[in-house]
Design a protein. Structure first.
Lengths: 296, 450
């Protein structure tokens, strides 16, 4: 028996030690195996502000699926031109490893002769991590969207241009994507292309799409992942949607109340079960009472 | 004569109730260690949120829900068999009835804990009771589980009363602490096995057995409807409720057989748990395996034949990414038990238990395949989702809490077996002296009438 007991203790200790050892190994971090990944992207919003966004992670050189997210890292965003640099702002990476900064619409960027703006996102390093930076260059594209309705003909017009030093508008070449809606997912309306020398692209809106209760619908135009301009979006809201009507729903999960039969069936079942519980407890009490009488 | 037999039985089962061997202490200590690791993992999840698990936007249910279904179905199955056993008048039921009742209650305590672990905002849990929607299968399931838990506790207690009375009356033969003796006295509620008390207890136990069977079927169906009343491919099926019932009974019988084997081996109960019990259990397992195999085939065959795009997509996922899991769950998990239990020469205690272990692993994997691949291939694809969010794999936090659940089940079983004997003494007395008791009762009745 003693030998058996010794065997069991030894076996159990080995299992626990292996288990704890496995867990503690899983928590160790060897940063020499990891390579830092630092990406910067930018998109111009419909209110002409500009979103600067970095994604900061570390990827295991031996296993690319092993990706660590670097959170709470301070990222500084600079506008760089030759030897000059201006700090635009700073932000910390979230639990998803993403740091965001929104540049106001009226911000005056430093740009070269061709209008190219360079942004540098910089992590200045910490005790555990080396410094790292990433630059991103773009031209500040102006995108306008106009919705017009003449004699019940609805026209969507998009205009895209750059401004030179003299403030003159310069036409550009770019693919345009037109969408409607946007709460759950965007519905594509039209793909267009701005050819050389053309400032504007327009098409007739003929689709009947549901809007809100007043028929308001968001229409947007976007330039996506352009090598010179990045992501630019412009949006307008107009009364072009079909007003959605509130129809009272019955017998649905989200309806005010369930069907009557459901209440009746459930009540009958619950009454039956609880009556049985009460019946059991009454009989248990009677058993106890008889037992008490026998004892006394 | 009956009293001396009762005393003999108390003495026979006393060692298990009186002392805890070193081996038992190590066993209990090991289980507590596993539970503590699970508690540590729970706090990590509580403070950091569900991001420490493998659950993401697409796969919002992971192995917690698989464990929930597994344990709750185990409980319903136990309740079903326990109720049936009460109506069967045969001496061999004595050896298994208490084991089945304990499995029923313990798994119903453990199972719902896993659903709580799935909830991201536990601080809003009370909203389920403040703002219930009677149209929601989740509301039905909460009601079913809570009512079933009360019914099972009551039923378990009713079956314990005669044994508490025997232990109270023969406590001088027991070397147990005073608190235990007081507990036996308190829970025996003055039961003296008189004619009227016996009649009353039999009456309410029979009524409760019937209710427990009905509740098990209702609760089983409600659990299946949580899945089948959605439009998700792989879940939206008319046969899901009976399929769940059969699968639950299949897993229940398998767990009962494994428990019988372990209890027989480690608690030295070979005298009571005999080969006949394994043969009967094996025969029921064979019938359930065939039914379960038939339902599984029907379920997937109709999906394959319909050629609906969403169903084809889920079948494609099952036969590519989850190929080996599918084979293990639905081929090995069914065919191995069937082959072992079909041939007489294979029907040994060890092989029947092995067939049960294979069946349990198959059923658990089957539950996994019902939940995870469906969530990975939703009816309406989620747009702009991250690639790493689409596929699920459980993290150590989930495995630690799952292991803690199993350890909790085993620990509760061990602790209850230290309070009452695993073989109901009262039933042994009944089966040995039933004709004499009947004669005595008839004589007493005649005297009263005269």
């Amino acid at each position: 028996m003693k030998n058996h007991l010794y065997k069991y203790v030894q076996f159990a200790t080995l299992i626990i030690a292996l288990f704890i050892g496995f867990l503690s190994n899983a928590q160790q971090f060897d940063n020499s195996k990891y390579e830092l990944q630092f990406n910067l992207k930018s998109s111009k919003k419909s209110d002409n502000t500009r979103l600067l966004e970095t994604n900061f992670t570390a990827i295991n050189n031996e296993d690319s699926k092993d990706e660590l997210i670097i959170s709470d890292a301070e990222i500084k965003f600079y506008n760089v031109l030759d030897d000059n640099e201006v700090l635009i702002g700073e932000s910390k990476t979230t639990k998803s490893g993403i740091a965001k900064f929104i540049v106001p619409a009226n911000y005056k960027y430093l740009a070269d002769e061709e209008g190219l703006i360079t942004i540098e996102a910089r992590f200045e390093g910490s005790d555990a991590l080396e410094p790292i930076s990433e630059t991103y260059s773009f031209k500040d594209l102006h995108l306008e969207l106009v919705l017009t309705e003449v004699d019940s003909v609805r026209t969507v017009t998009a205009k895209a241009y750059l401004l030179n030093a003299a403030g003159e508008e310069i036409p550009v070449e770019a693919d345009l994507y037109f969408y409607a809606g946007g709460m759950l997912s965007r519905f594509k309306l039209e793909d267009g292309f701005l050819e050389e020398g053309n400032f504007e692209y327009e098409f007739e809106y003929t689709t009947n799409l549901p809007g809100d209760a007043d028929g308001n619908l968001n229409i947007s135009v976007a330039i996506e992942d352009h090598p010179e301009f990045g992501n630019v979006i412009q949006m307008k809201t107009d009364n072009w949607g079909v007003p959605s009507q509130h129809i009272p729903e019955t017998n649905k999960l989200w309806s005010e109340a369930g069907p009557i039969w459901m209440y009746i069936v459930l009540t009958l079942m619950l009454v039956g079960v609880f009556a049985n519980f009460v019946y059991t407890i009454i009989n248990l009490y009677k058993i106890k009472k008889e037992g008490d009488q026998l004892e006394s | 004569m009956i009293e001396s037999r009762k005393r003999e039985l108390v003495k026979e089962f006393a060692p298990r109730l009186e002392t805890t061997s070193k081996l038992s202490k190590i066993w209990i200590g090991g289980l507590i260690a596993v539970i503590l690791v699970g508690v540590y993992a729970f706090f990590i999840q509580l403070f950091n949120g569900h991001e420490v698990t493998g659950m993401r936007d697409n796969v919002v249910w992971g192995i917690f829900i698989v464990n929930f279904i597994f344990f709750v179905c185990l409980s319903y199955s136990g309740a079903f068999f326990s109720g049936i056993l009460h109506f069967v008048d045969t001496p061999w039921k004595n050896a298994v009835s208490r084991i089945v009742e304990m499995i029923t209650v313990i798994s119903l305590i453990i199972g719902p804990i896993f659903i709580l672990l799935c909830i991201g905002r536990l601080d809003r849990l009370h909203y389920l009771f403040l703002y219930p929607r009677i149209q929601s299968p989740i509301t039905w399931d909460i009601m079913a589980i809570m009512i079933d838990l009360v019914a099972c506790f009551l039923y378990l207690y009713l079956t314990f009363i005669p044994d508490f009375a025997i232990l109270r009356d023969h406590s001088e033969a027991l070397n147990v602490p005073n608190w235990k003796k007081k507990m036996y006295k308190f829970f025996a509620i003055g039961y003296q096995d008189t004619k009227t008390q016996r009649k009353r207890l039999n009456k309410i136990t029979k009524a409760m057995s019937a209710i427990v069977i009905v509740l098990a079927i209702v609760a089983y169906s409600v659990l299946a409807w949580i899945f089948s009343l959605t439009l998700q491919p792989g879940w939206n099926s008319t046969i899901f409720a009976p399929y769940f019932i059969i699968a639950g009974l299949f897993s229940g019988v398998a767990v009962i057989i494994i428990t019988m084997y372990l209890v027989r081996k480690f608690l030295k109960l070979e005298k009571y748990i005999r080969k006949t019990h394994f043969k009967v259990g094996g025969f029921i397992l064979l019938i359930l395996a065939l039914l379960y195999g038939y339902f599984t085939f029907t379920e997937y065959f109709s999906k394959w034949f319909s050629h609906k795009a969403t169903d084809s997509s889920i079948l494609n996922t099952l036969f590519t990414r989850y190929f080996w899991e599918f084979i293990l769950a639905n081929y090995i998990g069914v065919l191995v038990p069937v082959v072992i239990l079909f041939y007489k020469k294979f029907r040994t205690i060890k092989l029947i238990t092995f067939a049960s272990v294979v069946a349990i692993l198959g059923i658990w994997l089957n539950r996994y395949l019902i939940v995870i691949p469906t969530l990975e291939t939703p009816f309406i694809p989620i747009q702009d989702t991250r690639l790493e969010y689409i596929h699920y794999s459980a993290t150590w936090v989930e495995w630690a809490m799952s292991s803690a659940g199993i350890a909790g089940f085993l620990l509760l079983f061990t602790l209850i077996s230290k309070i009452v004997p695993l073989i109901p003494m009262n039933s042994i007395i009944d089966s040995e002296y039933a004709p004499k008791i009947k004669k005595r009762v008839n004589k007493e009745t005649k005297e009263i009438t005269d």
